[in-house]
Design a protein around this ligand. Structure first.
Ligand SMILES: Nc1ncnc2c1ncn2[C@@H]1O[C@H](COP(=O)(O)OP(=O)(O)OP(=O)(O)O)[C@@H](O)[C@H]1O
Length: 374
């Protein structure tokens, strides 16, 4: 069983509908119940900001600050992390628009948010992700990259460096500055970053596919088959230098076409994650709403198991309204599966009774009007 990373305290100040609130946890799972609009998802969002990025709503930081607060918001968390006990503080100082948040780990200013991944890995599943298979490919790419990031924290840096290089290529082409050596330099950089990104995605999908295969017999969820499409399809068994050369050549040959289009038309930023329901041999987007949800839950939980196996530390799971549409038997099976992953899970729902099958495996909190009661 992987080591359990668990949050022991969460303190919020001027965060969404919480002026000041604290949650003391004893290491078990945390169930958050309360009426619509009580602040359950807000609490999940606060925990999600203990990972790099903008959290599970991808909100602008200014929007997170409580309406009417004098300054910004802050989150403080104490946890038994991957490197032992750790205290994390994050937030912004004013309620105004900012793209950066402050981050202190054990009292020291962190250089980058990537340092958070030394202490915990977080995975989430929210109702907003229900349309993942039918929605925009950019959402699936983001989902895929989050899966990669939780195993390979360097992936985020690669992706942002690639974006930056691509933007400067697009700008040169847009301005009609076809300087061959300047462009070739940028394209070489894009090729090495872009192929590294694609290979990291491919590797993660390979690992996840193997794990899904191994646990297929016992999983209560349909199994997903996963493929990358839209960029160098089926070529990832070739040596990476060859792939880089080929992508650089592709970019070089497509300068005029891309200038006309106003953007770079080939690259890892155009890739898509294609998911099939294996047992039904059906594309996920053509499955029923319930089947899509079951596929997604199965996928996220399989990934959680993979992260636990590979890092030796079970990720913290944020599962927003995951049990909402399940009958009692399926709910109990789901809770057993979540518990069996060995990590701490945060789960929400409007009805406390929905979680009775968890028994004393969870601490149950009631949330009402920006206050938390145990
Ligand atoms: N910046 C903010 N300042 C104050 N209140 C906010 C802010 N942002 C969101 N809220 C409020 O927080 C409330 C709780 O939202 P949250 O999404 O956490 O509810 P919930 O308990 O998950 O509800 P549901 O069961 O409907 O999903 C909402 O009423 C929302 O208007």
């Amino acid at each position: 069983m992987p080591h359990k990373v668990s949050l022991s305290r969460l303190k919020l100040t001027d965060f969404r509908n919480y002026a000041a609130a604290a949650l003391d946890l004893d290491g078990r799972h945390a169930v958050l119940t309360g009426d619509n609009g009580a602040g359950k998802t807000n609490l999940m969002e606060a925990v999600s900001l203990l990972s790099p990025g903008r959290g599970l709503r991808r909100a602008a930081y200014g929007d997170i600050t409580r309406v009417g607060a004098a300054g910004g918001f802050s989150i403080f968390a104490a946890l038994d992390g991957m490197e032992g006990e750790v205290e994390i503080g994050t937030g912004i100082e004013t309620g105004e628009e900012t793209t950066a948040r402050r981050l202190r780990i054990n009292g020291t200013q962190a250089k980058t948010a990537d340092e958070l991944t030394d202490h915990l890995r977080l995975l989430w599943l929210t109702p907003a992700m229900d349309g993942l298979f039918t929605g925009a490919s950019s959402d699936r790419r983001r989902f895929l990259d989050r899966l990669v990031l939780s195993l390979d924290p360097a992936h985020g840096r690669r992706a942002s460096d690639f974006e930056r290089a691509m933007r400067s290529r697009n700008k040169l082409l847009d301005e009609g500055r076809f300087d061959p050596s300047w462009l070739a330099g940028i394209e070489e950089q894009m090729a090495s970053l872009g192929i590294a990104m694609a290979l990291a995605r491919q590797e993660m999908l390979g690992l996840l596919t193997r794990l899904i295969e191994e646990t297929r017999e016992t999983s209560p969820f349909p199994s997903a088959s996963l493929q990358l499409s839209g960029f160098m399809d089926g070529q990832f068994t070739r040596p990476s230098v060859d792939l880089e050369d080929e992508y650089a050549a592709m970019l070089s040959e497509s300068r005029y076409r891309d200038a006309g289009a106003g953007r770079t038309l080939d690259g890892p930023h155009r890739a898509d994650l294609i998911v099939h329901h294996r047992e039904k041999a059906m594309e996920a987007e053509r499955c029923s709403t319930g089947e899509q949800k079951a596929l997604l839950v199965g996928l996220v939980l399989a990934h959680a198991r993979l992260v636990g196996n590979l890092t030796g530390h079970a990720p913290i799971l944020l599962l927003d309204e995951i049990a909402a549409h399940l009958d009692e038997g399926r709910r109990a099976a789901l809770f057993d599966l979540i518990d069996g992953l060995g990590g701490q899970a945060f789960m929400t729902g409007t009805d406390r009774a929905m979680f009775s099958a968890l028994g004393d495996r969870a601490q149950v909190f009631t949330v009402a009007d920006g206050k938390i009661f145990e």
